[in-house]
Design a protein around this ligand. Sequence first.
Ligand SMILES: [Zn+2]
Length: 450
Amino acid sequence: MTLIGLEVHGYLDTKEKLFCNCSTWGEKPNTAICPICTAQPGSKPMLPNKEAIKKAVQIGLMLNTKINTDDKKTLIWQRKHYNWPDLPKGYQNTLSGTYAVPIGEKGKFLGIRIRELHLEEDPAAWNPETGEIDYNRSGLPLIEIVTEPDFTSSEQVAEWLKKLIITLSYIKAIKKLSGIKADVNVNIKGKSERAEIKNMHSISDIIKAIEYELKRHEKERPKLKETRRWDAEKNITESMRSKESQADYRFISDPDFPAIKISKKEVEKIKNNLPETPEEKLRKLVKKHKLDEKDAKILTKNLELVELVEELSKYIDVKKHISWITIELLRVLNYNKKTLDEIEIEAKHIGELIKEVASGGMTELKAKQIMNEFVPKSFSIKDKKDISKTPGNEIKNICIRVIKENPKAVQDYKNGEEKSLNFLIGKVMSLSNRRADYKATRKELLNLMK
Ligand SMILES: [Zn+2]
């Protein structure tokens, strides 16, 4: 039987680092640093960032873990020792390890058991090619989610990870742009010992690495635990080292910190203020806003999109006009290679536009063109001139002109070529700047070519 487990790491979305006031974002290397996160002699860490602990608890609750509150267990920071250029202190502060109590444990998320969830600091970024080290990353708060080996296939892992990432984005606890990093462990029960594949940054790499390992385990039946790395260029895994036992890290409790105390009351408060999950939003879109499940599923992949539709429902009947969002807006975003949080778009402006089309004041074509102009910032159509429909007599004049200027297409149409009519309609559309009503134009042209 195939057993697959995951360790997922993500950067918590906080303003400051875990043990100092440095910003979690620096434009250039080594600009968001201080004596603490570069481990200068004599520097002592500050108390851990409360925002990071709160976000870790939020994630723990979202994954249905039991939060270790101070009436039951005490959380003590550990020093995890190893020697590497990216680690100036010579150890990493973590809530994981042999004697550590995790923030949350024994949870379940979409059928997969969560073993534990802990908080730790990130080391610096070291470039082995150049030897350069960027300490901006040193001390960033990282969350680590460890599952039990409950997955049985790579497809199941991919599906679950996608849903996990969307769910975490709903609580805005994880830095979206920096993505996630995952370690995967694989073995076949009774046939092979566990291999851990480290540091993969994309779901497609994770799938490929699992597939590769499963084949290797079937064939080679490895008898020793081992840590491997994924080579994304060669599409293979390679041995890094035989799996070190935990004692290699010489975990000890860190005397620089008092124990972390998370009170039951605090957890209760965070629980009561948890945002809605994607499943809850989906139910709301279907029940309250009467959307089809298919459309609702498209929307819930992205929290900003759901929030936009919820806001839009104040202005228009969203069920009736949902294709303006699920088709038109997504088309515009794709074309511009932008996500909703990268542009400034107001539901009020989209509402105005859709209303204008619905009331017959504007053509769909014109509205689509205006929608294109909503990137990077939407505006009120009340401030735009020359956007309303072309009046009937003007359409007639344009049609007469088009017929006059395109005698060949007219002749072709009369000889039975249907597509020449579309060509002529297109000409009217462009001369009217997309403001001529399609049906009225078609009727007028047919009439004039009788
Ligand atoms: Zn710092």
